[in-house]
Design a protein around this ligand. Sequence first.
Ligand code: NAI
Length: 314
Amino acid sequence: MKGKIGIVGSGLVGKSWAMIFASAGYNVTIYDIKEEAVENALVDIETQLLALKKSELLRGKLTPQEQKSLITGTISLGECIKDAFFIQSAIPENPDLKKKVFKTVADLVITDDVIISSSTSCLMPDIIYADSSRKEQSIICHPVNPPYYAPMVEIIPHDETTQDIRKRTRDIMAEVGQKPVLLNRAIDGFALNRIQYSVINESWRLVQDGIMSPEDVDTVLTAGLGMRYATIGPFETIHLNAEGVREYMEKFASSIKRVSAKFGPTPDYSGKALENICDMIEEKIPLGQMAKRRARRDKLLAGMAKLFKELDSD
Ligand code: NAI
Protein backbone atom coordinates (compact mmCIF):
# COMPACT_ATOMS: atom_id res chain seq x y z
CA MET A 1 0.00 0.00 0.00
CA LYS A 2 1.19 3.50 -0.84
CA GLY A 3 1.90 6.13 1.79
CA LYS A 4 -0.31 8.88 3.13
CA ILE A 5 -0.56 12.47 1.93
CA GLY A 6 -1.98 15.24 4.14
CA ILE A 7 -3.72 18.13 2.40
CA VAL A 8 -4.26 21.27 4.47
CA GLY A 9 -7.12 23.37 3.04
CA SER A 10 -10.01 21.93 1.03
CA GLY A 11 -10.62 24.78 -1.43
CA LEU A 12 -10.10 24.83 -5.19
CA VAL A 13 -6.42 23.87 -5.08
CA GLY A 14 -6.62 21.50 -2.08
CA LYS A 15 -9.28 19.44 -3.87
CA SER A 16 -7.17 19.26 -7.04
CA TRP A 17 -4.15 18.07 -5.09
CA ALA A 18 -6.28 15.41 -3.37
CA MET A 19 -7.48 14.12 -6.74
CA ILE A 20 -3.99 14.15 -8.25
CA PHE A 21 -2.47 12.16 -5.39
CA ALA A 22 -5.38 9.71 -5.24
CA SER A 23 -5.11 9.13 -8.99
CA ALA A 24 -1.63 7.75 -8.32
CA GLY A 25 -2.92 5.47 -5.56
CA TYR A 26 -1.96 7.51 -2.49
CA ASN A 27 -4.11 7.67 0.60
CA VAL A 28 -5.12 11.28 1.11
CA THR A 29 -6.50 13.02 4.19
CA ILE A 30 -7.85 16.47 3.48
CA TYR A 31 -8.23 18.96 6.35
CA ASP A 32 -10.10 22.23 6.69
CA ILE A 33 -11.10 24.39 9.62
CA LYS A 34 -14.74 24.22 8.60
CA GLU A 35 -16.60 20.91 8.75
CA GLU A 36 -18.93 22.07 5.99
CA ALA A 37 -15.96 22.83 3.73
CA VAL A 38 -14.60 19.30 4.16
CA GLU A 39 -17.99 17.71 3.51
CA ASN A 40 -18.57 19.85 0.41
CA ALA A 41 -15.07 19.11 -0.85
CA LEU A 42 -15.61 15.34 -0.62
CA VAL A 43 -18.91 15.59 -2.51
CA ASP A 44 -17.37 17.85 -5.13
CA ILE A 45 -14.38 15.54 -5.59
CA GLU A 46 -16.70 12.59 -6.22
CA THR A 47 -18.71 14.60 -8.77
CA GLN A 48 -15.52 15.73 -10.50
CA LEU A 49 -14.06 12.20 -10.64
CA LEU A 50 -17.23 10.81 -12.23
CA ALA A 51 -17.33 13.66 -14.77
CA LEU A 52 -13.65 13.12 -15.60
CA LYS A 53 -14.27 9.43 -16.19
CA LYS A 54 -17.19 10.25 -18.48
CA SER A 55 -15.07 12.63 -20.53
CA GLU A 56 -12.16 10.13 -20.58
CA LEU A 57 -9.92 12.50 -18.67
CA LEU A 58 -9.63 10.59 -15.41
CA ARG A 59 -5.98 10.22 -14.43
CA GLY A 60 -4.47 6.95 -13.27
CA LYS A 61 -5.61 3.36 -13.53
CA LEU A 62 -8.09 3.29 -10.65
CA THR A 63 -11.84 3.77 -11.08
CA PRO A 64 -13.48 6.99 -9.78
CA GLN A 65 -14.91 4.99 -6.87
CA GLU A 66 -11.49 3.52 -6.01
CA GLN A 67 -9.88 6.96 -6.15
CA LYS A 68 -12.64 8.49 -4.03
CA SER A 69 -12.25 5.73 -1.42
CA LEU A 70 -8.60 6.78 -0.98
CA ILE A 71 -9.65 10.29 0.09
CA THR A 72 -10.92 11.02 3.58
CA GLY A 73 -11.68 14.32 5.29
CA THR A 74 -11.02 15.68 8.76
CA ILE A 75 -11.29 18.85 10.83
CA SER A 76 -8.31 17.77 12.96
CA LEU A 77 -4.93 19.02 11.71
CA GLY A 78 -3.22 16.37 13.86
CA GLU A 79 -5.20 13.60 12.17
CA CYS A 80 -4.38 15.02 8.72
CA ILE A 81 -0.65 15.08 9.44
CA LYS A 82 -0.35 11.84 11.43
CA ASP A 83 1.79 9.32 9.45
CA ALA A 84 1.74 11.52 6.31
CA PHE A 85 5.10 11.54 4.47
CA PHE A 86 4.07 14.53 2.35
CA ILE A 87 1.98 17.50 3.49
CA GLN A 88 0.63 19.84 0.83
CA SER A 89 -0.99 23.00 2.11
CA ALA A 90 -3.53 25.01 0.09
CA ILE A 91 -4.84 27.64 2.48
CA PRO A 92 -5.62 31.29 1.61
CA GLU A 93 -2.81 33.51 0.28
CA ASN A 94 -2.30 35.38 3.56
CA PRO A 95 1.29 35.57 4.86
CA ASP A 96 0.36 35.77 8.55
CA LEU A 97 -2.04 32.84 8.29
CA LYS A 98 0.49 30.73 6.39
CA LYS A 99 3.24 31.61 8.87
CA LYS A 100 1.03 30.54 11.77
CA VAL A 101 -0.21 27.33 10.12
CA PHE A 102 3.30 26.24 9.05
CA LYS A 103 4.60 26.80 12.58
CA THR A 104 1.83 24.52 13.90
CA VAL A 105 2.41 21.94 11.15
CA ALA A 106 6.16 21.86 11.88
CA ASP A 107 5.47 21.39 15.58
CA LEU A 108 3.12 18.48 14.85
CA VAL A 109 5.48 16.67 12.46
CA ILE A 110 7.66 14.20 14.29
CA THR A 111 10.22 12.93 11.76
CA ASP A 112 12.86 14.69 9.65
CA ASP A 113 11.92 13.02 6.35
CA VAL A 114 8.36 14.42 6.05
CA ILE A 115 8.03 16.95 3.22
CA ILE A 116 6.11 20.10 4.16
CA SER A 117 4.93 21.94 1.05
CA SER A 118 2.94 25.09 0.28
CA SER A 119 0.87 25.89 -2.85
CA THR A 120 1.54 29.62 -2.53
CA SER A 121 1.41 31.56 -5.81
CA CYS A 122 3.71 34.37 -4.78
CA LEU A 123 4.75 34.38 -1.13
CA MET A 124 8.46 33.81 -0.61
CA PRO A 125 9.53 30.76 1.42
CA ASP A 126 11.44 32.82 3.99
CA ILE A 127 8.17 34.63 4.79
CA ILE A 128 5.77 31.70 5.09
CA TYR A 129 8.29 29.46 6.87
CA ALA A 130 9.69 32.26 9.10
CA ASP A 131 8.38 30.69 12.32
CA SER A 132 8.77 27.04 11.29
CA SER A 133 11.12 24.80 13.25
CA ARG A 134 11.46 22.55 10.17
CA LYS A 135 12.69 24.88 7.41
CA GLU A 136 15.11 22.25 6.08
CA GLN A 137 12.19 19.99 5.14
CA SER A 138 9.91 22.78 3.87
CA ILE A 139 9.38 23.73 0.22
CA ILE A 140 6.86 25.29 -2.17
CA CYS A 141 5.00 23.37 -4.90
CA HIS A 142 3.15 26.04 -6.87
CA PRO A 143 0.63 24.50 -9.29
CA VAL A 144 -1.06 26.13 -12.27
CA ASN A 145 -4.82 26.51 -12.19
CA PRO A 146 -6.46 24.10 -13.01
CA PRO A 147 -3.73 21.74 -11.71
CA TYR A 148 -5.54 18.62 -12.92
CA TYR A 149 -5.20 19.72 -16.58
CA ALA A 150 -2.17 22.02 -16.55
CA PRO A 151 0.44 19.74 -15.00
CA MET A 152 3.38 22.13 -14.57
CA VAL A 153 4.31 22.66 -10.94
CA GLU A 154 7.15 24.93 -9.91
CA ILE A 155 9.16 23.81 -6.91
CA ILE A 156 10.79 26.55 -4.87
CA PRO A 157 13.06 25.66 -1.96
CA HIS A 158 13.74 27.65 1.18
CA ASP A 159 17.48 28.44 1.45
CA GLU A 160 17.66 25.82 4.19
CA THR A 161 15.72 23.08 2.33
CA THR A 162 17.95 20.00 2.07
CA GLN A 163 18.96 18.60 -1.32
CA ASP A 164 17.24 15.35 -0.39
CA ILE A 165 13.89 17.08 0.21
CA ARG A 166 14.25 19.03 -3.09
CA LYS A 167 14.93 15.82 -5.01
CA ARG A 168 12.21 13.77 -3.32
CA THR A 169 9.67 16.56 -3.90
CA ARG A 170 10.51 16.65 -7.60
CA ASP A 171 10.33 12.85 -7.82
CA ILE A 172 6.94 12.61 -6.18
CA MET A 173 5.49 15.39 -8.36
CA ALA A 174 6.69 13.53 -11.47
CA GLU A 175 5.39 10.24 -10.13
CA VAL A 176 1.85 11.60 -9.68
CA GLY A 177 1.86 12.87 -13.26
CA GLN A 178 2.73 16.56 -12.79
CA LYS A 179 5.54 18.23 -14.75
CA PRO A 180 7.82 19.61 -12.05
CA VAL A 181 10.36 22.37 -12.59
CA LEU A 182 12.85 23.16 -9.84
CA LEU A 183 14.17 26.62 -9.04
CA ASN A 184 17.64 26.46 -7.48
CA ARG A 185 16.72 29.35 -5.20
CA ALA A 186 13.65 31.44 -4.48
CA ILE A 187 13.15 34.56 -6.57
CA ASP A 188 10.24 36.98 -6.22
CA GLY A 189 7.41 35.91 -8.56
CA PHE A 190 9.01 32.48 -9.03
CA ALA A 191 9.27 31.48 -12.72
CA LEU A 192 5.69 31.36 -13.94
CA ASN A 193 4.66 34.80 -12.74
CA ARG A 194 7.91 36.49 -13.80
CA ILE A 195 7.31 35.24 -17.35
CA GLN A 196 3.58 35.93 -17.17
CA TYR A 197 4.15 39.48 -15.92
CA SER A 198 6.51 40.26 -18.79
CA VAL A 199 3.72 39.18 -21.20
CA ILE A 200 1.08 41.22 -19.34
CA ASN A 201 3.36 44.30 -19.28
CA GLU A 202 3.89 44.33 -23.04
CA SER A 203 0.27 43.38 -23.84
CA TRP A 204 -0.90 46.30 -21.69
CA ARG A 205 1.53 48.74 -23.33
CA LEU A 206 0.36 47.73 -26.82
CA VAL A 207 -3.24 48.56 -25.90
CA GLN A 208 -2.43 51.60 -23.74
CA ASP A 209 -0.38 53.11 -26.57
CA GLY A 210 -3.26 52.62 -29.02
CA ILE A 211 -1.45 50.06 -31.18
CA MET A 212 -3.99 47.24 -30.85
CA SER A 213 -7.25 46.19 -29.19
CA PRO A 214 -7.18 43.80 -26.20
CA GLU A 215 -9.04 41.28 -28.35
CA ASP A 216 -6.32 41.32 -31.00
CA VAL A 217 -3.55 41.05 -28.39
CA ASP A 218 -5.31 37.98 -27.00
CA THR A 219 -5.41 36.51 -30.52
CA VAL A 220 -1.65 37.03 -30.91
CA LEU A 221 -1.29 34.61 -28.03
CA THR A 222 -4.18 32.17 -28.51
CA ALA A 223 -3.77 31.68 -32.26
CA GLY A 224 -0.06 32.44 -32.46
CA LEU A 225 2.58 32.42 -29.78
CA GLY A 226 0.52 30.56 -27.20
CA MET A 227 -0.29 27.70 -29.55
CA ARG A 228 3.37 27.25 -30.30
CA TYR A 229 4.38 27.60 -26.67
CA ALA A 230 1.86 24.95 -25.64
CA THR A 231 3.93 22.48 -27.65
CA ILE A 232 7.49 23.80 -27.41
CA GLY A 233 8.82 26.51 -25.10
CA PRO A 234 10.84 29.61 -26.05
CA PHE A 235 14.20 27.85 -25.88
CA GLU A 236 13.18 24.96 -28.10
CA THR A 237 11.49 27.47 -30.40
CA ILE A 238 14.65 29.47 -30.99
CA HIS A 239 16.65 26.25 -31.33
CA LEU A 240 14.30 24.90 -34.02
CA ASN A 241 13.68 28.22 -35.80
CA ALA A 242 17.31 28.22 -37.00
CA GLU A 243 20.03 25.62 -37.07
CA GLY A 244 20.33 25.86 -33.30
CA VAL A 245 20.33 28.68 -30.75
CA ARG A 246 23.75 29.96 -31.84
CA GLU A 247 22.62 30.55 -35.40
CA TYR A 248 19.30 32.00 -34.23
CA MET A 249 21.15 34.56 -32.13
CA GLU A 250 23.57 35.39 -34.95
CA LYS A 251 20.50 36.21 -37.03
CA PHE A 252 18.11 37.73 -34.51
CA ALA A 253 19.96 38.99 -31.41
CA SER A 254 20.29 42.47 -32.87
CA SER A 255 16.50 42.67 -33.51
CA ILE A 256 15.72 41.40 -30.02
CA LYS A 257 18.03 44.00 -28.49
CA ARG A 258 16.77 46.86 -30.73
CA VAL A 259 13.08 46.17 -29.98
CA SER A 260 13.67 45.43 -26.29
CA ALA A 261 15.46 48.75 -25.82
CA LYS A 262 12.21 50.45 -26.87
CA PHE A 263 9.95 48.66 -24.37
CA GLY A 264 8.28 51.25 -22.18
CA PRO A 265 8.32 51.30 -18.37
CA THR A 266 6.17 48.96 -16.30
CA PRO A 267 2.59 50.22 -16.72
CA ASP A 268 0.86 51.82 -13.77
CA TYR A 269 -2.23 49.60 -14.23
CA SER A 270 -4.52 52.42 -13.10
CA GLY A 271 -6.22 55.61 -14.31
CA LYS A 272 -7.51 56.20 -17.83
CA ALA A 273 -5.72 53.22 -19.39
CA LEU A 274 -7.27 50.88 -16.84
CA GLU A 275 -10.75 52.32 -17.45
CA ASN A 276 -10.37 52.05 -21.25
CA ILE A 277 -9.09 48.48 -21.13
CA CYS A 278 -11.88 47.40 -18.74
CA ASP A 279 -14.50 48.98 -21.02
CA MET A 280 -13.12 47.23 -24.10
CA ILE A 281 -12.88 43.81 -22.46
CA GLU A 282 -16.23 44.04 -20.69
CA GLU A 283 -17.88 44.91 -23.97
CA LYS A 284 -16.75 41.57 -25.32
CA ILE A 285 -17.09 39.60 -22.08
CA PRO A 286 -19.62 41.26 -19.75
CA LEU A 287 -18.97 40.61 -16.05
CA GLY A 288 -22.25 38.68 -15.94
CA GLN A 289 -20.92 36.13 -18.45
CA MET A 290 -17.74 35.15 -16.66
CA ALA A 291 -18.98 31.69 -15.64
CA LYS A 292 -19.73 30.85 -19.27
CA ARG A 293 -16.26 31.95 -20.39
CA ARG A 294 -14.57 30.08 -17.54
CA ALA A 295 -16.45 26.92 -18.53
CA ARG A 296 -15.25 27.43 -22.13
CA ARG A 297 -11.64 27.88 -20.90
CA ASP A 298 -11.82 24.70 -18.81
CA LYS A 299 -13.38 22.74 -21.67
CA LEU A 300 -10.60 23.81 -24.05
CA LEU A 301 -7.88 23.11 -21.48
CA ALA A 302 -9.35 19.68 -20.79
CA GLY A 303 -9.46 18.98 -24.53
CA MET A 304 -5.83 20.01 -24.88
CA ALA A 305 -4.83 17.77 -21.98
CA LYS A 306 -6.62 14.89 -23.73
CA LEU A 307 -4.95 15.66 -27.04
CA PHE A 308 -1.49 15.74 -25.44
CA LYS A 309 -2.21 12.42 -23.75
CA GLU A 310 -3.16 10.87 -27.10
CA LEU A 311 -0.46 12.41 -29.29
CA ASP A 312 2.59 12.97 -27.15
CA SER A 313 4.64 9.96 -26.19
CA ASP A 314 7.80 11.97 -25.35
P1 NAI B 1 -9.60 28.69 -1.56
O1 NAI B 1 -10.07 29.93 -0.94
O2 NAI B 1 -10.40 28.05 -2.64
O3 NAI B 1 -9.37 27.58 -0.42
C1 NAI B 1 -8.74 27.82 0.79
C2 NAI B 1 -9.28 26.83 1.82
O4 NAI B 1 -8.48 26.93 2.99
C3 NAI B 1 -10.73 27.11 2.23
O5 NAI B 1 -11.49 25.91 2.12
C4 NAI B 1 -10.61 27.56 3.69
O6 NAI B 1 -11.72 27.19 4.49
C5 NAI B 1 -9.35 26.84 4.11
N1 NAI B 1 -8.68 27.39 5.27
C6 NAI B 1 -8.65 28.66 5.72
N2 NAI B 1 -7.87 28.74 6.82
C7 NAI B 1 -7.41 27.49 7.06
C8 NAI B 1 -6.58 26.91 8.06
N3 NAI B 1 -6.05 27.66 9.03
N4 NAI B 1 -6.31 25.60 7.99
C9 NAI B 1 -6.84 24.84 7.00
N5 NAI B 1 -7.65 25.32 6.05
C10 NAI B 1 -7.92 26.63 6.07
O7 NAI B 1 -8.13 29.00 -2.06
P2 NAI B 1 -7.33 28.32 -3.28
O8 NAI B 1 -7.68 29.02 -4.55
O9 NAI B 1 -7.49 26.85 -3.20
O10 NAI B 1 -5.81 28.75 -2.95
C11 NAI B 1 -5.05 28.08 -1.95
C12 NAI B 1 -3.58 28.37 -2.18
O11 NAI B 1 -3.20 27.92 -3.48
C13 NAI B 1 -3.20 29.85 -2.11
O12 NAI B 1 -1.96 29.99 -1.49
C14 NAI B 1 -3.11 30.24 -3.58
O13 NAI B 1 -2.20 31.30 -3.81
C15 NAI B 1 -2.56 28.96 -4.19
N6 NAI B 1 -2.85 28.81 -5.60
C16 NAI B 1 -4.09 29.14 -6.10
C17 NAI B 1 -4.36 29.01 -7.44
C18 NAI B 1 -5.70 29.39 -7.98
O14 NAI B 1 -5.79 29.65 -9.19
N7 NAI B 1 -6.75 29.42 -7.18
C19 NAI B 1 -3.34 28.50 -8.39
C20 NAI B 1 -2.08 28.15 -7.75
C21 NAI B 1 -1.87 28.30 -6.41
